[in-house]
Design a protein. Structure first.
Length: 722
């Protein structure tokens, strides 16, 4: 399902293939020989492979706790070897021994120059031999998958240094037949961003997107690239189509970023990377229940550092090539001087220190077509809002959200999960952010209540919170997948269910027919073994009857824990005048249809002035002319379920009758009608599932009476033809 106005994405037209001569390596900045630095291997097979680094200082050369072993990659920003243009580094003083292994990302450079830098002077004390990748800068890297929001098709994405389209090859597990799909290619330049700092920018490569058919059922084996330059073979699970009743888990979180600040087992630092996402990613990789990942903003925290995006994409490939990853924008991904900045926000929206990316890197890497959008996955309708664009009442995004929620088919997707980078309800104290949150709640919470949104989950604050249901909606704050706040204060609010400060983790939401089960997996300074543990668990029990407005009526969908059925009820419009052929007052039931999903049987009875239609299983009377009185035969046989409603239960049907034959009944009306029907069973029935029970108990009698009416109709037709 599409969302906002399509984004501008720079398409690169296919070029004619030519032989490109290899360029000589750029010259290296000068470096002393005051230590020994060795690496193994000198040629890495794949991006992300581990590189072992061994170092020793010469006699008389003092060490310092701030010494660095840094990885540099051309083009170098400076001719000096002691500049800050590193891709990543670690501190030898933090390592036990003199050998350490680190993952190395292919940033499409001809080689890595690895230097030992003095923590006192910053000068290069020694360097290792050049480190290269087996496929060089042309290796296809950073594979990840998403779902086409409009079609549900699986999309595969990757990055190369080549503007020519390349290919994804795939086959179903157990098959020997490989199929292929070509990629569309995009890229961007520094000029496409919004006054981003040039000293942080490197050519981002070319972004490839290929679409796979939605027909495959089992796991797929796939690879991508060119015939001689392919990614390793991977396996991906098929996405769940809209309405698929398969139970699954989705990982929900914001604010992941890249592993940095000398944390985690590799003790690495990266530009602007101060977060600790390693253990969170490790837990998600081992959680086989997860079939979808949703990351709502502040994705990499690159803040204009191009190569941080490369490191992030490389580190997430294992997760993102197993199951789809859906993303939206946060302030670090989008904010720039010209962005939406409401006067009451006190400047919190606009902080140009975030790098002025204005969404360009994120849009290209994930092929985002809209700033906000929605999609269906199994039993859930997911809404991905952009908190960085105007969401106030009457704005384009607000109007889109109202339209999107109003058209959700709750018989197929009984659950609605809405995500946003910024939250609406939090207990944490912090201005001006609380003012923004209050405005957001005022604008959007009436829509959440009106359309019965089950869960809202957001980030921005770097800790975990959960509310009790507020107007039927649970709100969670999960902005801590890698980021972690300094100590903050909290308000004592009655609506708050739980708070975990100074924690990192993610929310696993288990999707079932009758409930959603949320588990917050977290880690803090008390979890010494560095394995995530369960910090919070909650359940959301959905309404066992969902409604949808239709032309001249409502559809009522019954779901677990009750047996599944769909029930349509149509009412006489208000503007249809009474006549000799139509004596029913407005709000009279003129058509009911029940689909017994478990038994695959239909029960339909309808009248329209002169005509009557009936169908029970295979018995069918197809719009008999001048047979509207057959409806009365069914009424007298006590076979019309809504004829058994008590007088007070009929009041909502009359009150919310459509104005004309071209009108529907609004959402509030359908909710009132459904409540009146399901809560008023006839004396011989009980419980909210009585409509289905009624049809099943009257099944044989309905078939018998309809057969008799059909024989009467057929006999009349024969007489008429004579």
């Amino acid at each position: 399902m599409t969302g906002s106005t399509p984004l501008l994405i720079c398409l690169v037209l296919p070029l004619r293939a030519t032989d490109i001569p290899l360029l000589p390596d750029p010259p290296l900045p000068p470096c002393a020989s005051q230590c020994g630095l060795e690496v193994n291997p000198k040629i890495l097979q794949r991006s992300g492979d581990l590189l072992a680094v061994h170092w020793v200082l010469l006699s008389g050369v003092p060490s310092n706790e701030s010494d660095k072993i840094a990885l540099f990659a051309p083009p170098f920003k400076s001719e000096e070897a002691n500049d800050e243009d590193w891709v990543a580094y670690f501190k030898p003083s933090k390592i036990d021994g003199s050998t350490h292994s680190v993952p190395v990302t292919n940033v499409r450079a001809p080689f890595y120059d690895i230097r030992y830098l003095s923590g006192v002077t910053g000068e290069c004390l020694c360097r290792a031999d050049k480190v290269r990748f087996e496929m060089g800068p042309s290796e296809p890297t950073q594979g990840h998958t998403t779902i086409d929001a409009s079609t549900g098709a699986l999309k595969v994405h990757w990055i190369t240094d080549d503007p020519l389209p390349s290919t994804v090859w795939y086959k179903e597990e157990g098959s020997n037949t490989w199929r292929s799909s070509s990629s569309l290619v995009t890229t961007y330049t520094h000029a496409d961003m919004c006054d981003a700092r040039l000293d942080r920018y490197y050519a981002p490569g070319y972004f490839h997107t290929a679409v796979l058919p939605a027909s495959f059922q089992g796991p797929l084996e796939l690879t991508f690239g060119r015939k001689k330059l392919r990614a390793e073979q991977m396996q991906i699970n098929p996405p769940l189509g809209r309405g698929d009743r398969t139970e699954y888990s989705v990982a929900l979180f914001g604010d992941m970023g890249v592993q940095g600040a000398g944390r985690g087992p590799h003790q690495m630092w990266v530009p602007h990377g101060v977060w600790d996402a390693y253990w969170v990613k490790q837990h998600m990789e081992s959680n086989d229940r997860i079939k979808l990942t949703v990351h709502f903003g502040d994705i990499s925290y690159a803040d204009g550092f191009s190569r941080v995006w490369d490191i992030f994409g490389d580190s997430l490939q294992t997760i993102a090539m197993r199951n789809p990853v859906m993303v939206s924008h946060g302030n670090h991904d989008y904010d720039y001087k010209g962005a939406w900045n409401p006067s009451w926000a006190s400047g919190d929206f606009i902080k140009t220190k975030y790098g002025n990316e204005c969404g360009i890197p994120l849009n290209h890497r994930y092929a985002l077509e809209n700033w906000w959008y929605s999609f269906d996955y199994g039993m859930v309708h997911y809404v991905m809002l952009s908190s960085e664009h105007d969401w106030t009442e009457g704005s384009a995004q607000w109007l889109w959200l109202e339209q999107d929620l109003s058209t959700v088919d709750r018989s197929l997707t009984p659950w609605i999960v809405l995500t946003s980078h910024r939250p609406m309800l939090v207990a944490v104290i912090g201005e001006p952010r609380n003012t923004i949150e209050d405005h957001m709640a005022d604008a959007l919470m009436p829509l959440l209540k009106k359309y019965e949104v089950d869960l809202v989950t957001a980030g921005h604050w770097h800790h975990y919170e959960r509310t009790k249901p507020v107007d039927g909606t649970v709100h969670t704050l999960v902005g801590c997948a890698g980021a972690q706040d300094l100590p903050v204060e909290f308000r004592d609010l009655e609506r708050t269910a739980t708070i975990w400060a100074e924690v990192r983790g993610y929310l696993e939401l288990q999707v079932k027919e009758d409930k959603l089960v949320g588990i917050f997996w977290g880690i803090n300074d008390t979890t010494t073994d560095r394995h995530l543990i369960e910090f919070d668990r909650f359940e959301i029990h959905g309404n066992d009857h969902r409604t949808k407005t239709i032309l001249r009526g409502c559809r009522i969908s019954q779901r677990a824990p009750l047996e599944r059925m769909d029930f349509w009820v149509y009412l006489r419009p208000q503007d249809v005048p009474a006549s000799s052929l139509n004596i029913d007052p407005p709000g009279t039931v003129v058509h009911t249809s029940l689909d017994d999903i478990e038994r695959n049987k239909e029960y339909t009875f309808a009248k329209d002035n002169r005509y009557f239609y009936g169908k029970v299983g295979t018995v069918k009377l197809d719009w008999g002319k001048y047979k509207a009185h057959y409806w009365n035969e069914l009424r007298e046989a006590a076979l019309l379920p809504l004829e058994h409603l008590p007088p007070q239960a009929r009041l909502p049907l009359r009150a919310y009758a459509p104005k004309s034959k071209n009108d529907g009944i609004d959402t509030r009306g359908c909710l009132s009608i459904a409540e009146a029907i399901v809560n008023n069973p006839p004396p011989q029935f009980s419980g909210k599932g009585w409509i289905l029970d009624f049809h099943r108990s009257k099944d044989e009698e309905m078939e018998r009476v309809l057969n008799e009416l059909k024989e009467m109709h057929d006999e009349d037709e024969r007489k008429h033809r004579k």
